[in-house]
Write a protein that binds this ligand. Sequence first.
Ligand SMILES: Cc1cc2nc3c(=O)[nH]c(=O)nc-3n(C[C@H](O)[C@H](O)[C@H](O)COP(=O)(O)OP(=O)(O)OC[C@H]3O[C@@H](n4cnc5c(N)ncnc54)[C@H](O)[C@@H]3O)c2cc1C
Length: 455
Amino acid sequence: MKHVIVGNGPAGMTAALTIRAARPEDAVTVVTADEGAYYSKVREPDLVAGKVDAATLELAGESAIRQAGIDLMAGVAVRFLDCGARRLFLEDGRELSYDRLLLATGASPVVPPVPGLCPPSGEPAPDTPAGTRGRGAGHPLPAGVFALRTLQDARRLARAAGSARGAVVVGGGFIGVHVAWALAMRGLRVTLIEKMPTLLPGACDPEASALIAGHLERSGIRVMLNTELEALESGGDDLKVRAGGGAIPCQLVVLAVGVRPNLALARQAGADVGEGVITDGTLATTVPDLWAAGDVAQTLDLATGKQAMLPLWPLAVAQGRVAGRNMAGLRSYYRGGLRVNAVHLGPLQVISVGDVFPSGPSARVLTTSGAWGRVSAVPVPWGRFPGQPGAPGFTPVYGRIAFQDDRPVGALLVGRVEAAGILANLIARAIHLSRTDDAVRLLRSVLRVALPARL
Ligand SMILES: Cc1cc2nc3c(=O)[nH]c(=O)nc-3n(C[C@H](O)[C@H](O)[C@H](O)COP(=O)(O)OP(=O)(O)OC[C@H]3O[C@@H](n4cnc5c(N)ncnc54)[C@H](O)[C@@H]3O)c2cc1C
């Protein structure tokens, strides 16, 4: 039996190793447009910050992968997939046959369609994997503009940060905030622009956003909310970012406005595609002998009970394991995953879990103020903070827990995050708290660990 896996990220590598362990007699080939080593994308901002070197990010080198019995074809993209003939066509002219195929092609950063970034037609860049061939198939990003996905991206950005004085980070999500912090820690003058009214949209309410923005501002990062990127102008050594009606001069721009799954091969295969590749509980697609896992796949969100895109490292690993086991003929099910995002901004940690903004008549939130209310019944007062901004040892603290009826479905913790694991467990296991009193009592005991604020 011949297994082929496209992609050497956590989904692809976990699947490859799972198949090897389960069926040592089978052939396993991994094809990737990226470099051959298996590395941590999660730690790329640390490389940009100069906290670690590239070797620290390596989880398994090419030789270790080959020693594990995996045939690794690195630095070459799959250009076409013919599922009828069970053949893959590589960009260098080679062809590969397979019996079972996994698409673990991940996602690529979105490039906003604004003048100076996209081709004059305004067409979005085609679906091309981030990798050795650059991004956007013939529409590379202008000099000084970066989007962080591959290790090569991180190395290039770290190098550019060494000589730049000012940077603009576009996008105030988890990656954008983390990169802004990393660049500021290297001494750059950083402006962070976010088109939504809060930082970490989808995870942060206005209270938490204000707290995080205050922390960033006190650390020298200018935060501009409700500010959309309008255009990028290049001229001489400097770039000019047009946003919010003004112009910000800088030498370096980082795009962090989200990712889009690499769906081209799945579409060629004729697999059903929604936002991502549609999979069943075994991570099989709608095409025989074709599986999908990781950022490219649409899977069950345990917080909402709906299919969703959850582009997260631990979920890619879990999905790779399930897909690999099924490809090896062992029955295995993926029960779904939780959206968990975290960022460490020096002394300030932020973690969000699950669905922080549930909707509908049974949705309620509990914040550090201790106020119960319908989701629409904002604003709620802030928690009480132990100390003042700027005082030694001051850590701002904020907590929000969201419910559907009596079931916790989401949590946001800022400043003290020790309770995140307990809350994630309650959410993932869909624990019902039968009475409001029980919920409040439980949350008091959980939050007391995390929050000194009175409930
Ligand atoms: C800067 C950064 C920080 C992050 N931080 C976190 C975090 O804190 N926590 C967290 O949970 N997640 C984080 N993530 C997300 C996490 O890294 C991804 O969810 C995870 O890597 C997805 O794994 P994957 O295997 O699905 O895809 P990827 O890791 O994207 O791997 C896909 C591979 O497929 C290859 N490929 C695609 N198309 C083709 C083709 N046609 N031919 C050949 N090869 C192809 C690509 O080159 C790539 O190597 C972060 C991501 C980034 C970029």
